[in-house]
Design a protein around this ligand. Structure first.
Ligand code: HEM
Length: 260
């Protein structure tokens, strides 16, 4: 059979995947499912691009690295803007099906945790939320053991001749990226003398800021939709989410601004 638009994109399968669980079903549940599924697809694409970005940094292919970063940043803009769509759902509309979600929550999105791991936040506790041996657990275990984007960037700097401290190049990649003041002179040198590499740094700051923007928009959506009710994932809700704001992936890139 000749390939068609539908067969190539597996549309029959894709369009059969939106299955409301509410009685009726409730009108707004379709929107809720579609928006979350679209997010998971974008998470998949971002993981794919950031993995590629790490390889490009290993190869010291700066032009392609910048190009790939631009793509990731453009996706991130779309992902943040998409919150507007779900915010058209009022608190009462959400209540028509919320209890049917039981303990399901975006909190359990393993691709979101993969992204956090890949970008440098390696909260090992996230692992235990997935059954041992499950695909989600295996993916996260693999990500935990893998160098982060920041590690790839530090190796890129070292390979470009910058004196990155050995302790940072050999750090335990299973730990979260921590502030490293000893790196600041190196980064300041990059900013003062190396416009191409410093633009790479600026795009990483864009990525960091974009992610924080998503967290802020998400918590505002939560506040306007469920107020201070507890989350279906079992957390305190908006209160918990507020603790995740303003935590950068690349703290040193923010810190050096004061010293420049
Ligand atoms: C009406 C819309 C939404 C509400 C009321 C809501 C509510 C919440 C709440 C209360 C939490 C805290 C964990 C818990 O459940 O106890 C949470 C976490 C989370 N939600 Fe949502 N959410 C909504 C939409 C979305 C969408 C569209 C996504 C996209 C994938 C998403 C992704 C996440 C993620 C990744 C977390 C974990 C954040 C973290 O731990 O830092 N949520 N959500």
């Amino acid at each position: 059979m000749a390939l068609t638009y539908s067969s190539y994109l597996k549309l029959d399968e894709l369009l059969a995947l939106q299955q409301p669980v509410s009685d009726g079903p409730e009108h707004d549940e379709t929107l809720f499912i579609v928006v979350h599924q679209v997010y998971e697809l974008w998470f998949k694409e971002m993981l794919h691009e950031v993995d590629y970005l790490k390889k490009l940094l290993e190869r010291r292919d700066t032009p392609r690295a910048l190009h790939t970063l631009k793509r990731v940043l453009t996706i991130l803009k779309v992902v943040v803007a998409q919150i507007d769509v779900l915010e058209t759902m009022t608190p009462l509309e959400f209540l028509t099906f919320r209890e049917r979600l039981e303990s399901g929550s975006g909190f359990q999105s393993f691709q979101f945790r993969e992204l956090e791991y890949l970008l440098g936040m390696k909260e090992a506790g996230a692992l235990s939320r997935y059954p041992a041996g499950s695909d989600a657990r295996r993916s996260l275990e693999r990500r935990l053991a893998e160098p982060t984007l920041w590690d790839a960037f530090l190796h890129f700097l070292a390979a470009s001749g910058y004196p990155v401290p050995k302790s940072l190049l050999e750090r335990d990649v299973r730990a979260s990226v921590a502030p490293a003041p000893e790196l600041h002179p190196v980064l300041i040198d990059v900013y003062r003398k190396d416009p191409v590499t410093s633009s790479l740094c600026e795009r990483l700051v864009d990525l960091d800021e974009g992610f924080q923007e998503w967290r802020y928009r998400h918590v505002k959506m939560v506040e306007r939709t469920i107020g201070t009710k507890r989350g279906t994932g079992g957390s305190e809700g908006a209160g918990y989410l507020r603790t995740t704001l303003h935590k950068p992936f690349f703290p040193d890139l923010w810190a050096i601004r004061t010293e420049l």
